[in-house]
Design a protein around this ligand. Sequence first.
Ligand code: F6P
Length: 491
Amino acid sequence: MLDQTWNRERLHELIESRLGGRKFIVVSNREPFIHRHRKDGSVECIRPASGMATALHPIMMASGGTWIAHGAGDADREVVDANDCVMVPPEAPGYKLRRVWITPELELGFYYGLANEGLWPLCHITFTRPEFRPQDWAAYKEANRIFAEAVMAETNGENALVFIQDYHFCLLPRMLKDMSAGRVICAHFWHIPWPNREVFRAFPWGEELLHGLLGNDLLGFHIHYHCQNFLETVDRAIEARVDPDRHEITRGGHVTSVRPFPISIDYEADNARAQRDDVSAAIEHWYDRLPGLRGRTIGASIERLDYSKGIPLRLHGLERFLDQHPEWHDKLCFVQIAVPSRDQLGTYKAEQAAVDAAAARINKRFGTDTWQPVYLLKEHHGSVDMMALHRMASFFMVNSLHDGMNLVAKEFVASRSDEHGVLVLSLFTGASRELHQALGVNPYAVEEVANAVLTAITMPEAQQQRRMRLMREQVAHQNVFRRAGRLLTMM
Ligand code: F6P
């Protein structure tokens, strides 16, 4: 039996009571809404491909606070007020977005450099060597300081609860504690994995980084294993008292609680939205756009074009499947949406080339005048198009080599009220610890991926239904409001 339902209203009540008159401020690098120019010069507002933004948006809609983030869109400055603020979402404003501006040079060192060439590969352990450049570390510190000033301006001397997101802001909690003389309560959620202590030893400024993070009152990871890794890292690297039983670290008299809070989605909203007429119309639009999909079994994946997502290995798995199963030629199509990401970086350019090459090779080897096995779409898609693809897919693949959670897997499940469709899910995602009825795969094992494709497309309807029903129950119950409620109760 499910216990009491968690929804937006209940979370709102909880936040009101927990805040006790304090301001609620979320800080992240990526903004939840980006204003950018269309080709004709008009301005559009899009939602970025970001698990973090997906998870935080419903929480902000329930709390109605302020979200501080880097203004990265080329039309962002045109829509803000004198305080760099704009209400979002544009169609039904629910909270304030305060944009922080950083120079392209600083972005290069802070975001591309330290955060995404240093910490991202360090924490994901995907055999991509991290880069640690002193000038990036300097830019990272400077960007953290700029954000700290924006938070202080937003608090305006009042007490506040600041909820910091991710690996871009390890130094921010300590800065806020110092600048506010303790008036600010800091909670921090780490959306990516935390590596084991041996791997973390490679980070050259480890002590400073950990000291910054331990300015938090609460530090959250998706899973227990990452909390353990963090506790062990601190225990090994710096002077602090680590209490593994209470999940607490004391440094300089200040206590930081370290807890797992697996994030989730607004299941009810996604479930309802996926059934809407505009999504049904978008299905037709997909068939018009890619007529080869009609009458064929469809597989799909949607993610940022990032080496941690394992796209080339997945395509190798599909290729192996087509090699071994000629009876499926002409019958199956795979739609790969790969949203361009961090494309200034060499590792991402190389990944893009590897994805292009794999898709082209498969289409050349197996394709005919009337059948294209792989459609590679390297472009951003809105939620309506993505939900349409969820509904069209007989099987949906998430092959991350390492992923904190992966909300796309949960979004697929939420879209399938018909209880059909099979989820193939990497065992190296946080989501695989919750979605036990998915077909689990080791994304590095090409043979296993090929076998999973066969199992998925030949799975009897009754079994698909049973698995999908159980996964939907899980995501419905453990929705974002329940998960956020747990976290906020801890603050
Ligand atoms: O979910 C992890 C994450 O790093 C988010 O923090 C981020 O928004 C998302 O991936 C996308 O990355 P980026 O913001 O660099 O485009």
